[in-house]
Design a binder for this molecule. Structure first.
Ligand code: DER
Length: 232
């Protein structure tokens, strides 16, 4: 489909422009990153690159292993050369909503350990303000025993509606790679995301938010016309 082709364009551009020999590479989660990992494995084979990969989820770990790439971790490599990951939506200031796939916590940790955090996305994620196209709200990872008070506090302080993310192929709520729950905060209008992100993180029981503020260095958008648009 057009969106799949656009994901491939973005993934290839990011890997070709930012991964070099002897690099430690953070590998994101979701569907767009699959194209980036395909390209990474192709370049490793063709150019005999010596790189190691740090995953951001069980899914990313499987991708790394399935592609025969070298798996590593933050114990061995607490500082990465580059992290590449997708996003659910990007605004003009490069603030991201992430967590559509429920992997936001390890994604943010790995992104924060990288010298360069590079985002790859198809044209559907390219917004001027958050909420314009992504309608599922901001994912927030919470400690399970606290999800009700955290939900109430967010709704009371910031408005909108907060919903516990329920699993599709499992009875009950989604359980993250870190054994936590996910809340989706359907905000009503754009906010000062720096202030809101900090305020939500301070609520006891909140593990992490899907608001990536001031973290992305550059975003590669694959476009409908086969071009790649760069925002940085
Ligand atoms: O859940 C996540 O954080 C993913 O990285 C998401 O932001 C992008 O997933 P996609 O590439 O499948 O749209």
């Amino acid at each position: 489909s057009m969106a799949e082709e656009a994901k491939k364009l973005a993934g290839y551009a990011a890997v070709d422009n930012h991964v070099q020999n002897n690099h430690v590479v953070g590998v994101g989660s979701g569907s767009t990153i699959v194209f980036a990992v395909d390209r990474l494995a192709e370049r490793v084979r063709q150019e005999k690159l010596n790189i190691v990969c740090v995953p951001t989820s069980f899914q990313a770990r499987q991708l790394i292993l399935q592609h025969g790439l070298t798996l590593s971790d933050l114990d061995r490599h607490p500082e990465l050369d580059v992290a590449i990951d997708g996003a659910d939506e990007v605004d003009e200031a490069l603030t991201l909503i992430k967590g559509g796939g429920g992997c936001l916590t390890q994604e943010k940790i790995v992104a924060g350990c990288a010298k360069h955090f590079i985002v790859i996305a198809d044209f559907r994620k390219d917004s001027s303000v958050l909420g314009q196209q992504w309608r599922k709200g901001v994912p927030i990872e919470v400690i399970p025993m606290a999800y009700v008070p955290v939900s109430r506090t967010i709704a009371k302080r910031f408005g909108g509606e907060v919903v516990l993310r329920m699993a599709v192929s499992k009875a009950g709520p989604v359980v993250t790679d870190n054994s936590n729950f996910i809340l989706d905060w359907k905000f009503q209008h754009a906010q000062n995301w720096t202030v809101v992100n900090t305020a939500i993180k301070m609520i006891p029981g909140v593990v992490e938010t899907g608001l990536f503020v001031g973290m992305a260095e550059r975003v590669y958008f694959g476009m409908e016309d086969g071009t790649v648009r760069i925002r940085d």
